[in-house]
Design a protein around this ligand. Sequence first.
Ligand SMILES: NC(=O)c1ccc[n+]([C@@H]2O[C@H](COP(=O)([O-])OP(=O)(O)OC[C@H]3O[C@@H](n4cnc5c(N)ncnc54)[C@H](OP(=O)(O)O)[C@@H]3O)[C@@H](O)[C@H]2O)c1
Length: 367
Amino acid sequence: MLQHYLLALKTTVLKYWLGEKSDIQPMSITLPETSLRIFLAERPSGHITSSTFASERIPLPTPSEGEVLVRVDYVSLDPAMRFWLDDVPSYIPPVQIGETMRAGGLATVVKGGKLYKEGDLITGFVGWSEYAVVQECMIRKITPTEGIKELDYLGPLGATGLTAYFGLLHVAQLKAGETLVVSAAAGAVGSVVCQIGKLKGARVIGLAGSEDKCAWLRKEIGVDHALNYKDKDFAKEFVDKVGYLDVFFDNVGGDILDLALTRLNQKARITVCGAISVQHVEEPKGPTNYAQLIIQRARMEGFVVFDFYQQFDEAVAEMSQWMREGSLKRKFHIEEGLEKCPEYLPLLYSGGNTGKLLVKVSKDCEF
Ligand SMILES: NC(=O)c1ccc[n+]([C@@H]2O[C@H](COP(=O)([O-])OP(=O)(O)OC[C@H]3O[C@@H](n4cnc5c(N)ncnc54)[C@H](OP(=O)(O)O)[C@@H]3O)[C@@H](O)[C@H]2O)c1
């Protein structure tokens, strides 16, 4: 499956990206002799612990033909990273013991190749490292335009926003006037889903784990209702405020999914985007109320954002327009220091983030 995506990147996507002309002048950067990297030391069972990752300084790597050396500016922290640590078949190979932890990010080319030159800002899998050698066919150059910032390519215009866009509009096929419920609504994907839902004319109810997050969803994101799933009256509130739903965009699974299954309209759609509540559970239980899918002629469908790579441009164009108009807000939760990535990653599982969780790696990066 990964080969399929890689081939697609080489053939379809690359052609487009290479068409872009840079207005960034070649830069001169003094390179260090070594680079810090953080690698998988042992596979966790359950939660990530202090012995899951280890770090080391290595000589600055040298790019070969078809590769460039990049300075990593920011890395994205994503719930899927926990899945990548398990040695089980998935949509992407597991990270191997000793391998630098895989992470998407933004980086600056410091030793160019055939396709990218020094100073180009790129996005791709750069990993938890200060400097990285990456294949030119696996990265994408970004050129922010009016109203768009560099970090947006790790937020609404990156995997996060694309997941929200395709999960809601293509998998769930949300229609105006429908009732949309979103779990982990104050997170990176969820907050974009809520806003697209409002833009498309739905009634939107967001679920989150604190009163502060619910207040932010009501005031800033503009949902019709925000419910704290940790409240003791949550199930009753859910019934009162939701009534019956047409689309449940699910990021968490578990008990919340089970509750949503009891409140389906006929022909409802459940988009299974993530299952963060059961990610650390060795033997998660399945949804007990799934028979409601039969009674309500409803469907429940999982997806991986890469399935839609051929339509990424369409989504980026529409979301960029919403951002320029001010109708799509973005919130970043930014931490600093590569060496602390193993401590920051669990924020996603404890609810310590609001919006897109990023780590600034390079002190020399100016944004
Ligand atoms: N299918 C795809 O292609 C794809 C792509 C990207 C992401 N995803 C999935 O999308 C989901 C959201 O990802 P994200 O990057 O936007 O992360 P995020 O929502 O920014 O962060 C995760 C949030 O999940 C909530 N959470 C954690 N443990 C929970 C639990 N036990 N019960 C309920 N909520 C819990 C927390 O918010 P609270 O404080 O509100 O609990 C936390 O802030 C994840 O499940 C991820 O795996 C899927």
